[in-house]
Design a protein around this ligand. Structure first.
Ligand code: FAD
Ligand code: NAP
Ligand code: MG
Length: 461
């Protein structure tokens, strides 16, 4: 059956994967349903569509983007590679394993530009509210066209939510912070280390944002970086200039006091305290409610909302794998909507969900997390015709990456990995990451002659 209508909210990597999945079906000559995708920004790419803005955008909507200038991939690109569109196919030459944002944006765009997907997307359009009409078995979605300033509604038989979950900050309170005289921001609003040169910076949180913003500030010349953890320190070998401390207990003026009794004065505080899964357009009975984890509750196969099986969520898990995981989810969602995959009744789905949740609860180490997500993707890939690839090898690369970071947090991005899709080994970037202050696509693809690279002795390795 293809005489039905699918609505997709968001044109980031997840929403685009959904469009690509249907397109690949269409290319085989098979009929596909009517599809419409709505994106509140003026372009696709989601997080990878960089914005200098913070707070609200041109039309007063909350800014989605959390990425910053000088953001480079924090995992090997060989772990996120699309199985149906390789880096070699896109760049026609080997590139390094850790490209900057603009290069990854170019890659994402390269695949989707091969199709007429843009015709399906209505940009500058925000989903405001969703109702499920029981009698019609349809979703009624209310949108605002931000440019025309008009409100309209559309009905869909299936609704795919691909709005991401690293956009709405989690903003904890610390006693006395309201009187802190310097800059206070959440990682969501961080747009680059420039303003923190020569400053003493406090980062609260101990996950990827704290790690990378800390390293970025170090690279670009902050005076000192202090990372304050709640549960566990990041625990890598830090260079002189970066240190970890237990959680802040309170602030007095520009001084932060830590739970170990120590204190220090700071110029700025960046809350790297994670994000909320936030769906202001979904009513209570359709809203996914979860913290950031590898297997959110209520999602069958991590995708189909258990309370309403016509509602689909993509990319809602914490992410080791990214682009290729979204693909495997989108291929599953496509085949499910096309009626090729039968799903069991709710109670049975619950048992399956429970099984995965228990499995996640038993994980302890980074390696366990990688293995968990690898198993999850293996299962999805076995159910569709998404091109299979050597997931065990990808899992090994993730584990090496974890080790590389422990070994040298400033140099891990200089390592190279081999694609399981093409067998091509990455090229070393022309400039060591710590010395590369220009993250543009142009500079990245430039063949820099040796004497152009500043070869002065460095003391941070
Ligand atoms: P998003 O990319 O967040 O896209 C969601 C889209 O939905 C956005 O375009 C948004 O505008 C739109 N949207 C939201 N609400 C609405 C609405 N109501 N109506 C219409 N449209 C809406 N992953 C990696 O693989 N490597 C990295 O190095 C990496 N670095 C990261 C750095 C940062 C700072 C962050 C926050 C994330 C990073 N990620 C990285 C993970 C990143 O989340 C994924 O790579 C990917 O962008 C997720 O895709 P998505 O489509 O699920 O969500
Ligand atoms: P995250 O992984 O969800 O981590 C949230 C952190 O906040 C945890 O360390 C958590 O500590 C801490 N936290 C939460 N509430 C707190 C509180 N009340 N007090 C103190 N600490 C608190 O979020 P993230 O680090 O922002 O990463 C989000 C995504 O962005 C990831 O996918 C990451 O890969 C991506 N990212 C990538 C780059 C890059 O370089 N490419 C850079 C930044 C981010 P507990 O352990 O105690 O819960
Ligand atoms: Mg298969």
């Amino acid at each position: 059956m293809t005489n039905f209508k699918v609505g997709i909210i968001g044109a980031g990597p997840s929403g685009l994967a959904m469009l690509r999945a249907f397109e690949s079906e269409q290319k085989k000559g098979n009929p596909i349903p009517e599809i419409k995708c709505y994106e509140k920004q003026d372009n696709w790419g989601g997080m990878w569509n960089y914005t200098w803005r913070t707070g609200v955008g041109k039309y007063g909507e909350p800014i989605h983007g959390s990425m910053y200038k000088y953001l480079w991939s924090n995992g090997p690109k060989e772990c996120l590679e699309f199985a149906d569109y390789t880096f070699m196919e896109h760049f026609k030459q080997p590139i390094s394993s850790y490209p900057p944002r603009e290069v990854l944006f170019d890659y994402i765009e390269g695949r989707i530009k091969q199709s007429n997907a843009r015709d399906y997307i209505k940009f500058n359009t925000v989903a405001r509210w969703v109702d499920y009409l029981e009698d019609k078995k349809q979703f009624r979605v209310i949108f605002d066209d931000l440019v025309e300033n008009v409100t309209f509604e559309e009905h869909f038989d299936y609704l795919v939510v691909g709005t991401g979950h690293f956009s709405t900050p989690n903003m904890p309170y610390f006693k006395g912070i309201e009187n802190f005289p310097g800059v206070i921001m959440h990682a969501h609003d961080f747009r680059g280390a420039d303003q923190f040169i020569d400053k003493d910076i406090l980062l609260i949180g101990s996950s990827y944002s704290a790690e990378d913003i800390g390293v970025q500030c170090f690279k670009h010349g902050s005076k000192s970086i202090t990372i304050s953890y709640r549960t566990n320190p990041i625990g890598v070998k830090w260079p002189a200039g970066i240190e970890e401390k237990p959680l802040v207990s309170h602030f007095k003026g520009n001084t932060a006091f830590f739970k170990d009794g120590s204190s220090k004065e700071f110029d700025a505080v960046v809350l790297c305290t994670g994000y909320q899964h936030k769906f202001p357009f979904l009513p209570d009975n359709l809203r996914l409610k979860t913290k950031n984890c590898l297997y959110p509750d209520n999602l069958y196969k991590g995708i189909v909302y258990n309370e309403n099986e016509r509602l689909i969520f993509l990319g809602m898990q914490d992410q080791y794998y990214t682009f290729n995981m979204f693909d495997t989810q989108a291929w599953f969602a496509r085949d499910y909507m096309l009626g090729r995959i039968d799903i069991p009744k709710k109670a049975e789905r619950n048992i399956d969900i429970e099984k995965w949740i228990e499995k996640e609860a038993a994980t302890k180490t980074g390696y366990d997390h990688v293995d968990f997500q690898t198993d999850y993707i293996k299962e999805l890939i076995s159910l569709t015709d998404y091109p299979s690839f050597d997931l065990d090898k990808v899992a090994d690369m993730f584990k090496s990456w974890l080790n590389d970071k422990e070994e040298n947090i400033l140099k891990y991005r200089d390592k190279v990995y081999t694609s399981v899709m093409t067998g091509v080994t990455a090229e070393e970037h022309h400039t060591p990451w710590m010395k590369e202050l220009d993250d543009s696509l142009e500079r990245y693809l430039d063949e820099v002659v040796a004497d152009e690279v500043e070869l002065s002795k460095t003391n941070y390795y």
